[in-house]
Design a protein around this ligand. Structure first.
Ligand code: ADP
Ligand code: MG
Length: 161
């Protein structure tokens, strides 16, 4: 476990930049579990990951699409973007019968906490929160936590640079 890292995201561009930074360290087989309230920035972060991985197709809120595969345009890992909000159990994720294997992809799951952990012993958890406080607190904070040996040596503090 790599401990927790907190990053300040003053605007949506910073959220995208964190996604691009994450894409630099993400590899095929990785699982990223995103949590945070509606509007917290989960899809925005996934868009940055998609841009950094250079995958095809616009990453959007998969409201009526439980999972979407974005194929790599550069021979790297595909991006599998899952919205687990409507899923009741892991069996339904398995039953999606995606056109790519999770071992060959980077899988990003919105609302996946408490559901998809058995998919991978190693996972990167990212929680996006709106800081409480007075006016002017328009940004977000990201709390990152790597779980498992995969993330033990990964430096998460410099991802915004
Ligand atoms: N760090 C940020 N600061 C301010 N606004 C942000 C930030 N990150 C994302 N947003 C904005 O928040 C809104 C909701 O983002 P979205 O990614 O759709 O949230 P979610 O997928 O968690 O529901 C969008 O308008 C987005 O541009
Ligand atoms: Mg979303």
């Amino acid at each position: 476990m790599s401990g927790r890292t907190a990053l300040s995201l003053p605007d949506a561009e910073a959220t995208q930049a964190l996604g691009r930074g994450l894409a630099r360290v993400l590899r095929a087989g990785d699982l990223v579990v995103l949590t945070g309230a509606l509007g917290a920035g989960k899809t925005t972060l996934t868009q940055g990951i998609g841009a950094g991985l250079r995958v095809r197709g616009r990453v959007s809120s998969p409201t009526f699409i439980i999972a979407r595969v974005h194929p790599s345009e550069v021979g790297g890992p595909d991006l599998v973007h899952v919205d687990a909000y409507r899923l009741g159990s892991l069996d339904e994720v398995d039953a999606l019968d995606l056109d790519t294997s999770l071992e060959d992809s980077v899988t990003v799951v919105e609302w996946g906490a408490g559901l998809v952990e058995p998919l991978a012993q190693d996972r990167l958890e990212v929680e996006l929160v709106r800081p409480r406080g007075g006016e002017g607190h328009q940004g977000r904070e990201a709390h990152l936590r790597g779980v498992g040996a995969r993330w033990a040596q990964v430096e998460l503090t410099g991802l915004l640079q």
